[in-house]
Ligand binder design. Structure first.
Ligand code: ZN
Length: 136
């Protein structure tokens, strides 16, 4: 055993292995580690559902991808360090990735607006009620 370095938190690319980030719309790719946007980016192996399902599901949720689930987790599934508070991967305070904003799947809550007709009708009904009680 000569390789004593824990490669998990480095951006070193093992021979022949390419890492893609599975987070949201992130395009981090270990093949482009010399690109400017990849400087200082490390790779975190995705928690495996068999080992740590809770964590795995939390990370999947954080990735915010509709096409990405437990079935997509492989031994070589990685997320890059960009998506953690501080940008250095999981920490004690922030063990999970930051929630991705997913504009397409977040339901837009629209409050049904009352039309003026409805308001008028309600007012009339209220007035009618008042006059009824006044009459009696
Ligand atoms: Zn990423």
């Amino acid at each position: 055993m000569t390789n004593k370095i824990d490669a998990r938190y480095t951006s070193a690319v093992p021979r022949g292995g390419t890492k893609h980030c599975c987070y949201g719309l992130c395009r981090s790719d270990s093949r482009y580690s010399d690109r400017e946007y990849m400087q200082g980016v490390g790779w975190i192996p995705f928690p495996k559902p068999r080992k740590d399902l809770d964590r795995c599901l939390r990370w999947i949720a954080a990735c915010g991808r509709a096409d990405f689930g437990v079935d997509n987790i492989r031994r070589w599934t990685y997320i890059c360090t960009k998506h953690f508070v501080g940008g250095n991967g999981p920490s004690e305070d922030h063990p999970d990735p930051i929630q991705a904003c997913n504009a397409t799947s977040s339901p837009i809550q629209r409050r049904p607006k009352e039309s003026k007709m409805d308001q008028k009708r309600k007012l009339e009904a209220a007035e009618a009620l008042v006059s009824l009680t006044e009459d009696s």
